[in-house]
Design a binder for this molecule. Structure first.
Ligand code: GLA
Length: 730
């Protein structure tokens, strides 16, 4: 619900459990008043206080009042160079050369439904469940209107934000910065949590108290990156999984981003999140509009666990557009780690035959099926089947896979080009390159200029032909290098700051076309694993390959970090062979299955080489997954331990929304000869209910949560157990 209160000129946004308030100050500056647990309709402007502070200038409208300063008052969208010295949200380059921005309220409007952002991903939903607040600000010197958009999804406790900048003048308007979200909090005794890492070790949480100055996470790699995720948390210092006030903010964007927090001089904190201002400028002709990507916020008064569950529900139900919504996704087998580039139809069919016998439902042909591609040095850009390798093409292979009872999926990497390819030989100027500089290669490949429509069209036409040539039901859309040398031959010098963002828009446009033309295809995102795991991609690709690291124990950490924002159904997770390809670790097959099941589940090994015992185990895993998928994928997710703390085991739990059923997964660390008796306290159960724990009798929900469940003693490294609980009627 959104309420405008005329006497106080406040807009109040209510979700089921939270309230957010902003106010229009007599100067026209739009102030931030409150974000936190739900309050009754109220005017909270008494929380805004004023004092004459040294070195904090006063705007013209304040007249003789020295207590009002942009430098000290909390704002909804911070300006630049006109008296607020904290993190700016927006910056114009005026025709006179000044780089400033100054905004004043023009008008506001509350309406039903959700605002639309052209060409950008966004949370969606019906008119009846969303409300939009639009607050239009003006910068007269810049001849621009800045529209702050707020979407309220009350039932999900989600508030989204975006910003539209409109050229309201006669000449060009130049933007040098345009954030999506600015959140001014009245306190700085908070921890900031960011999710960081590297290729093969993504989204490791890092938590630290805010300190004076600016702390930030971001990317200038052209993708949201393995190194930092466009999701941050600010929380009480003592907040934990079950306790404390937490704010989570995600950016639905897959390119260069920045999430920065500044701790101000009066113990306040400002979070600004959006497209990274580094390498960014945008020119608007009269009447044109720039849309900042959407950001989404959740506030939880009940700890990090509840914050995550709110994000999970909203992402699952109102961001991901899944043709299989509410239905189980197929269990897949992918040939990458089984064969790499070295395959022929016989090898592939041998894996598929075995897979079908074990209950797998989808066969995914990974890299190496097209152009001249026997290793990763050539072929990208030539999206025609290599018929030397696959005689008869996909027209022969896919039906043969179908005949075994499996559907067929295909890997592509459309944004890239190898210099050793027909495409590059014909169009060397299609790759991003700065004139006069030599290109940097990544995985020995270059990046196509996806800001250019004709290049996207050419690639899309090839993909369309391939995907139309065979019954393809799944596509893995990969992207295997960071962008560098970003310069487009299609734009004039003063517009080169648009290229990174235009490339991201180009990727979104292609993915949308794919979705429209092939509605039956499930697209999995990928970027060397999880280098583009963000809310932007999830709008187009309901699942994303979580990491190129398939080791079950490393995956516990990666999936744990990922779970702070993203639901398990979005995390591609496969059982692979041991010793693990990435780190050489040997883990039991049962453990690998349990780790992968809390994800978009599949296999990535040569099943035709498995022993009869291994096959029996895989068959059991697939049966368990099929029986419990609803609980695993759609249940409320509880992190029971933190795998980064090196405890004796890692545990997590999924609980059905009605709390009648739960699944607890526990993975132990290295073996110990004399290990203490371990007790695991569960969460989210109905304390008044009695639960049948398979193989272990009946337990009260209260006992399981407050006294705990006695874990079995295990022998051997990295053992795992899974406990299934069902409520029983007394
Ligand atoms: C990336 C992906 C892998 C695999 C290879 C193929 O690294 O993350 O899963 O598809 O590319 O080259």
């Amino acid at each position: 619900m959104i309420v405008y209160h005329e006497p106080s000129r406040t807009y109040t946004l209510h979700t089921k459990h939270t309230t957010y308030q902003l106010a229009v100050h007599p100067t026209g500056v739009v102030q931030h008043v409150y974000y936190g647990p739900r309050l009754r309709d109220c005017d909270l402007t008494g929380l805004l206080r004023y004092a004459d502070r040294g070195f904090s200038p006063n705007p013209e409208e304040a007249g003789a009042d020295r207590t009002f300063s942009l430098d000290t008052t909390p704002q909804e969208y911070s300006t630049c160079g006109v008296g607020d010295f904290r993190l700016p949200s927006i910056e114009f380059e005026l025709t006179c050369g000044s780089r400033t921005a100054d905004l004043r309220y023009a008008r506001g409007q509350i309406r039903r439904g959700k605002y639309a952002l052209e060409g950008l991903p966004a949370f969606y939903g019906g008119e009846e469940e969303w409300e939009t607040l639009s607050v239009v600000l003006r910068d007269d010197a810049a001849q621009a209107e800045v529209e702050l958009l707020y979407g309220v999804l009350e039932e999900y406790d989600l508030i989204t934000r975006s910003v539209l900048v409109r050229n309201a003048g006669q000449g060009p308007v130049r933007l040098c910065r345009c954030a999506s979200l600015c959140l001014d909090l009245p306190r700085s005794d908070l921890d900031m949590v960011t999710f960081n890492g590297a290729h093969m070790m993504e989204r490791c949480p890092s938590r630290a108290p805010l300190r004076p100055g600016i702390q930030s996470a971001g990317s200038v790699r052209g993708a949201s990156s393995h190194q930092h995720n466009p999701f941050v948390i600010l929380c009480d210092r003592e907040a934990n999984e079950d306790y404390g006030l937490c704010y989570g903010a995600m950016l639905l964007y897959s390119g260069n981003f920045q999430a920065a927090v500044e701790t101000g001089q009066f113990e306040n904190a400002r979070l600004v999140m959006g497209v990274n201002p580094c390498h960014f400028t945008w020119t608007l002709e009269p009447g044109e509009v720039f849309s900042a990507p959407e950001a989404a916020m959740v506030c939880s008064e009940a700890g990090l666990g509840e914050m995550s569950r709110r994000f999970h529900r909203a992402i699952r139900d109102r961001l991901v557009r899944d043709r299989l919504r509410g239905r189980r996704k197929p269990v897949l087998v992918n040939n990458w780690e089984a064969t790499y580039f070295d395959f022929d139809p016989e090898k592939l069919l041998a894996i598929a035959r075995e897979a079908a016998a074990l209950g797998v439902e989808l066969f995914v042909l990974d890299d190496g099926w097209f152009g001249k591609r026997d290793d990763d040095n050539s072929g990208l850009g030539d999206w025609q089947v290599n018929t030397d390798k696959l005689p008869g093409g996909l027209e022969a292979l896919a039906p043969a896979i179908n005949d075994l009872g499996l559907s067929f999926g295909l890997w592509v990497e459309p944004e890239m080009v190898s210099e050793d390819s027909d495409l590059y030989r014909a169009h060397p100027d299609w790759a991003l390159q700065v004139p006069g500089r030599t290109p940097a290669r990544g995985r020995n490949q270059l990046v196509l200029d996806f800001s250019r429509r004709e290049i996207r069209d050419h690639i899309y036409a090839q993909l369309h032909r391939v995907l139309s040539s065979a019954p393809v039901t799944y596509v893995k859309w990969d992207m295997n290098r960071s962008l560098s040398g970003v310069w487009s031959a299609a734009l004039p010098p003063q517009r080169q700051g648009e290229v990174y963002h235009r490339c991201v828009l180009g990727v979104y446009e292609m993915l949308e076309r794919l979705r429209t033309d092939f509605p039956e295809i499930l697209v999995e995102g990928c970027c060397g694993g999880g280098g583009r795991f963000d809310g932007g991609m999830l709008y187009y690709t309901p699942q994303i390959w979580c990491s190129d690291n398939t080791d079950a124990i490393d995956r516990l950490r990666i999936q744990y970090g990922t779970s702070f924002c993203y639901p398990v159904c979005t995390m591609g997770a496969h059982v692979s062979a041991v010793p693990n390809e990435q780190n050489g670790r040997v883990t039991p097959l049962e453990t690998r299955g349990i780790a992968a099941m809390s994800g978009a589940f599949g296999y990535e090994l040569d099943l035709s080489k498995c022993t009869p015992e291994e096959k029996a185990c895989i068959r059991r895993q697939i049966e368990t997954y099929k029986a419990r998928w609803e609980l695993l994928q759609l249940g409320d997710y509880y992190r029971l331990t933190d795998p980064f703390r090196e405890g004796p085991y890692t545990a997590w739990e999924q609980v059905s929304p009605d709390r009648r059923e739960a699944l607890v997964s526990v993975v132990f660390g290295g073996a110990r000869a004399v290990s203490p008796f371990r007790v695991l306290k569960l969460k989210g159960l109905d304390p008044g209910a009695r639960y049948q724990v398979d193989g272990a009798g009946c337990w009260g929900g209260d006992a399981l949560m407050y006294a705990g469940f006695p874990l079995p003693a295990v022998k051997g490294d990295y053992q795992a157990v899974q406990l299934h609980l069902t409520a029983v009627d007394d």
